[in-house]
Design a protein around this ligand. Structure first.
Ligand SMILES: *[C@@H]1O[C@H](CO)[C@@H](O)[C@H](O)[C@H]1NC(C)=O
Ligand SMILES: *[C@@H]1O[C@H](CO)[C@@H](O)[C@H](O)[C@H]1NC(C)=O
Ligand SMILES: *[C@@H]1O[C@H](CO)[C@@H](O)[C@H](O)[C@H]1NC(C)=O
Ligand SMILES: *[C@@H]1O[C@H](CO)[C@@H](O)[C@H](O)[C@H]1NC(C)=O
Length: 419
């Protein structure tokens, strides 16, 4: 009833009301909490977020040697064992990859040779699921004397070609694929990098971020514990032999390396960062820099509106050196990121407004982008001060009056319905 009255008020007044936000995810509250808090057991982590693969014929096929390649036989000649293929139809991109990185990976033990696989928080709370697993011992495929190495695993991702920032269920759960029509067979991936490696959330295990856990990552990634020999294993994928994945920014990939070379060596430090991956919601993820070499002004999810390296304006995420590393939620955040978290809150304060736009972005171009879905969407939210100096119109004062009026009306309505 209250909603109906509000809706009528919105219609009759000049006020642009915000669409009613209802958080949506495709898994149960319990499964969400487990995944977001890095809960581990002997099943694949975040496995409830895996979806059905509806039609394998849509996905590209990989050559047979992609699933048999071993770490010892990977080198520059065979692109370090990496296989990645992508096709698109009118609506989605379909990715098949073997989850082998396209660079050299060191032998890996999270805590050291002769030590285990649980982080301090798990040991202290008695929730370590594999107390007898020792790095460097024979733990089945992928385990070696001085640490673990990747084992190929075929990953499949179906991702919308174009994200829609005006969906009424935004922000969304960072791990969710189904709500936006996507598919994936690796539950904890929030996206996939341009080399086919899954990008996982900011935490690893025990409700702590990868940095808080003191886990050192080379090129932002590592392998899962070798659980191939532990009952109920071996199961292929994340609960079986070691699976390589990223948490942090993969700084050894070209989009990062190219931004970090010296000017004398051909660096382009004033350009917008290049594409490093795709989030499950269809928005692109770029490396660090924004236009002109500026820092990206992002929202609570880690995304914003603005031009990319092609000059095209779109909502997109940026990789960064601190949590959430990639995205904390599927944006735009609209001030509601915290509602998408379950457990540790990885949202950042953002730009201070509901919608974050990179300073210097043309309002007309931004409106043209949004008008594909809803020409009035931008007016329903607060934005940061982003307009280029020469485009700040004299009617800014009237906008301020509008916003003050809107705020007063909102307060009035709040008071009416609270009492
Ligand atoms: C690189 O790997 C390929 C394929 O496993 C192998 O045939 C070749 O001998 C390797 N090259 C070197 C220098 O080890
Ligand atoms: C698979 O074989 C092809 C053809 O010889 C080769 O180009 C490719 O590098 C190989 N891939 C792997 C992962 O070994
Ligand atoms: C770990 O090893 C100890 C001693 O061998 C054994 O008593 C215990 O049941 C093992 N725990 C697990 C979870 O396998
Ligand atoms: C990075 O730089 C190298 C060398 O200049 C170039 O070949 C490559 O295309 C660049 N990568 C990207 C993603 O632009």
């Amino acid at each position: 009833m209250i909603k109906l009255v509000l809706a009528l008020l919105c219609l009759t007044m000049v006020v642009q009301c915000k669409p009613y936000y209802r958080f949506k995810t495709s898994v149960s509250e319990k499964a969400m909490h487990k995944c977001h808090t890095g809960h581990r057991d002997l099943s694949p982590r975040c496995h409830e977020y895996r979806t059905k693969i509806s039609d394998y014929s849509k996905y590209p096929k990989l050559p047979a040697n992609c699933s048999t390649i071993e770490w010892e036989f990977a080198n520059e000649t065979n692109n370090w064992g990496n296989c990645f293929a992508m096709t698109t139809d009118g609506e989605f991109r379909y990715i098949t990859a073997n989850n082998v990185p396209d660079f050299y990976m060191n032998l890996y033990c999270p805590i050291g040779v002769g030590f285990g696989y649980c982080v301090k928080a798990e040991i202290e709370s008695g929730t370590c699921m594999f107390p007898n697993l020792t790095c460097g011992a024979d733990n089945g495929p992928g385990s070696m004397k001085y640490g673990d190495v990747w084992i190929p695993f075929e990953g499949n991702y179906k991702i919308p070609l174009k994200g829609n920032p005006t969906r009424s269920d935004r922000p969304g759960d960072m791990y969710d694929a189904e709500t936006v029509g996507g598919e994936k067979n690796i539950g904890p991936s929030t996206g996939v990098a341009i080399n086919g490696i899954g990008i996982q959330g900011p935490n690893d295990a025990g409700d702590v971020s990868i940095d808080e856990a003191d886990i050192q990552l080379a090129c932002g990634g590592h392998v899962t514990p070798p659980l191939g020999n532990i009952p109920p294993g071996p199961e292929p994928g994340p609960a079986g032999p070691p699976l390589y994945h990223f948490h942090k920014s993969p700084e050894c990939l070209a989009p990062f390396k190219n931004a970090s070379i010296g000017v004398d060596h051909g660096a382009k430090p004033y350009q917008h960062a290049q594409l490093m991956g795709w989030a499950m919601d269809g928005f692109k993820i770029f490396s660090y820099q924004d236009v002109g070499g500026a820092a990206p002004v992002v929202d609570q999810c880690g995304g914003h509106f603005g031009p990319t390296d092609t000059g095209e304006i779109e909502y997109h995420y940026h990789s960064r050196q601190i949590v959430p590393y990639h995205l904390a939620c599927q944006g735009p955040s609209l001030g509601n990121c915290a509602e998408t978290q379950r457990g540790t809150n990885f949202c950042h304060p953002g730009c201070g407004a509901e919608v974050c736009v990179q300073p210097g972005t043309s309002e007309a171009a931004l409106r043209a982008y949004l008008s594909q879905w809803d020409p009035t969407w931008l007016d329903k939210y607060t934005t940061n001060d982003y307009k280029p100096e020469d485009q700040k119109s004299k009617d800014d004062s009237s906008i301020k009056t509008d916003q003050a009026l809107k705020k007063a009306l909102e307060n009035l309505l709040d008071n009416i319905f609270k009492s």
